[in-house]
Structure formats: C-alpha cells, structure tokens
Write a protein that binds this ligand. Structure first.
Ligand code: DGJ
Length: 362
C-alpha cells in the first residue's frame, strides 16, 4: 500500500491569506517586509516572528528569501541576527525590530538595511531607526547604529512662527493613534520638541528613485504625521532634508512606488495590530504636494483592507506597469502565523484599486 505523503509546495499563483510554503515547505516567515530586485533575483526581507503572543518582538532577526518569479521562495536564512539577550546592544533579543527594508547602493556596492527599532523593555518609546549594511543581498548584515531622524534640522517649509513658538507637548499622554484632546498639532509642536534629539521613527519604508536618490518614509510626531527624508548618498544616514506630509492624519504602514512618472503611497490608519481601511495618495514630486485619494480597497472587506496592512508594492516580473500590493494579516496571538496578502493593483486614472482574489497570477 502506498504511503500517503503530504508536503506543502508553493504553486504558480498567489493565494492571499493561505499558508505560503518556502522551498522547505515552511510558511514564509518575513513579515512587515519589503523586496529588493538585483540581477533578476528578488530578495524578500521581513520580520522573523516566533510562536505565541510574545512572537512579535525580535527573538531571531530579519529573515531573507530569494525568488525569480515571486511565487517560489528559497529560504536564505537570517540576514541580520539579533544580539544576545543581556548584551545591551540596541538590537538585543527582545527588542522590537519592524518593517525592515533593504536597498542597494550602486556607488558603494553595499546592501543597506533600515528598520524601525525599539530598544528592549521600553515599549514603543524609543521610536528609532536601525541601520545595518552588508556585502551580499542575503547577508550577513552588520548592525551599524540606531538613530532618530534629522536631529538639528527643520523640515521643509516649517514656519518661523513654529520654529520660534511654544511647545505644548510636555506632560501630554500620546496614545499613538490620536492627539491628546484640546490641543492642535501646531500647538504641540512635536517637531520642535524633538529638534535636538531627532524626529521619531516608527512604521517606515525606503524608496530609491531613478536618479539613485534614496528616501526614508516614516511615521513621526507620535505617529501623527509622515515624514519623507532624503538619505545621504551612501544611504547610511539622513541628509537633513525632509518634509512633513499628511499632518495629523495618523498614517502608518507606508509603501511608496512610482508609476508613469508619478509617486504613489499606500498607507493605513493607526490601530495597532487590528486592520483598518487603507489609504492612498499621489504626487508629481516626491516632496509633494501629496494629494490624498480614496481607500484603494474595494468590495466586501474593504474597510479592513481585507484584514491586512500595507507593507510594500512591487512591479510584477516582466510585466511593466503591473503593480502588486503586499500586505500583512497580523496574528498578534500567534505572530508566526501572520499571513501574506498579495493582490494586484489596478488604476482608475490615478486612483489605485485593490480587489480581493482567492487565487491569481500576474
Ligand atoms: C501597527 C504597525 O503597522 C506595525 O508595524 C506594528 O508596529 C503594530 N502597529 C504594533 O502595534
């Protein structure tokens, strides 16, 4: 009698929300991730989650996978490992390492990784970026430092009145999802509060433009406002030039991409691990003005982005102009079982539209 043999293998299609096996038959463990395309190979970097409700902190590091077709992924191991618990390192086991993104610097030949970093035991109060670099796309990456953003620099267009005005943020309790009552963002003047220390960095992504300029896009000012910051030419620090966009809109989960010369952002609102309605925006220049569009998700489940939150947008291999939404369906009770929601993006003029599909191919 033949033995029943069951092994999980990836198929030539995307099945959003289902287990997505890698080449070893293991569900892909790369959450809040992003892709890098180098020499015809895609590298997927994401948070390696572990089992249970404690699995959202960094117990292992940043996981890397590779693929030529986006359907089948090879496990390339841990590209950046956490430091041992008790070592005092900024990236020690038990810290929070989220939304890693890797870009390649053509001038230096280095692979540069940025991520949202929260030091161990301080909740989400550090609000820093972590920076690591390596010589190979699969790593190992070496941690360089953690930093707030653009210390000692004002954002583009910040008014003299605010630069010289009062700061009313002291003693206020910030929930991360809304402003404390009875005070406006201008009155709080969080940019000025954080001027010397550097601006807060939470949910984030990176974007490299056609001219090789790279940008760091992150939730700042207690999550109330997104910042877009130009990186230095080696991509290892902020240049000091940055802009504030959507002040007071509490945007998270930014994914920036360029289509037909225009810049697009997919984002979410700010509700912790619980999903919410997606958001989208378009601009002719990366510095803005950014015009907020509609919730890109359409159909049943659109008000929760089909129970997902944006993390990245990639153009399909060999299909110029066909963009793919990458989102996370978080599972805070068992973090390792978070699912990947990849769906096609179509456009109604400049409005990105994402509809549900059980199974699809690009
Ligand atoms: C939502 C963010 O998008 C995630 O990256 C993570 O920071 C959770 N909030 C934590 O609640």
């Amino acid at each position: 009698m033949a033995l029943a043999f069951c092994s999980l293998r990836a198929e030539d299609s995307f099945k959003p929300g289902e287990i997505w096996p890698d080449n070893k038959g293991v569900h892909i463990n790369a959450h809040g991730g992003g892709l890098l395309l180098r020499d015809g190979v895609y590298y997927w970097y994401g948070e390696h989650k572990t089992k249970g409700s404690g699995g959202n902190v960094a117990n292992v590091g940043i996981h890397c996978y590779s693929s030529k077709d986006l359907y089948h992924w090879k496990d390339e191991g841990i590209a950046l490992e956490v430091a041992p618990a008790g070592s005092g390192s900024d990236i020690e086991k038990g810290s929070i390492i989220e939304r890693p993104k890797v870009i390649y610097n053509r001038k230096t030949g280095k692979y540069v990784m940025w991520f949202h970093l929260e030091r161990k035991g301080r909740g989400y109060q550090s609000a820093c970026a972590g920076i690591a670099a390596g010589d190979s796309p699969t790593g190992p990456f070496t941690f360089i430092r953690s930093t707030r953003a653009s210390a000692g620099h004002w954002p583009e267009g910040y008014s003299e009145a605010l630069k010289n005005g009062p700061v009313r943020a002291a003693g206020k309790n910030f929930s991360g999802g809304s402003l404390p009552g009875q005070v406006t963002l201008d009155e709080l003047n969080i940019v000025k509060r954080d001027f010397d220390r550097g601006q807060m960095v939470r949910d984030m992504t990176l974007f490299v433009d056609d001219d090789d300029n790279a940008y760091h896009i992150y939730s700042s000012e207690e999550n109330s406002t997104l910042h877009i910051a130009l990186l230095s030419s080696d991509y290892l620090s902020h240049s000091g030039k940055y802009a504030r966009i959507f002040p007071g809109r509490f945007m998270e989960a930014p994914a920036l991409f360029k289509r037909e010369g225009r810049y697009y952002l997919l984002m979410s609102g700010c509700t912790g691990w619980a999903p919410n309605a997606g958001r989208s925006a378009v601009a002719d220049s990366i510095w803005g003005p950014w015009v907020e569009l509609k919730n890109p998700f359409q159909g049943k489940g659109a008000n929760t982005s089909f129970r997902s939150q944006s993390t990245y947008v990639v153009e399909a291999p060999g299909k110029k102009g066909n963009f793919i939404y990458m989102g996370d369906r978080w599972n805070p009770g068992n973090a390792i079982d978070g699912r990947h929601i990849w769906l096609p993006i179509r456009f109604e003029n400049t409005q990105p539209v994402i509809e549900w599909a059980e199974s699809w191919k690009y």
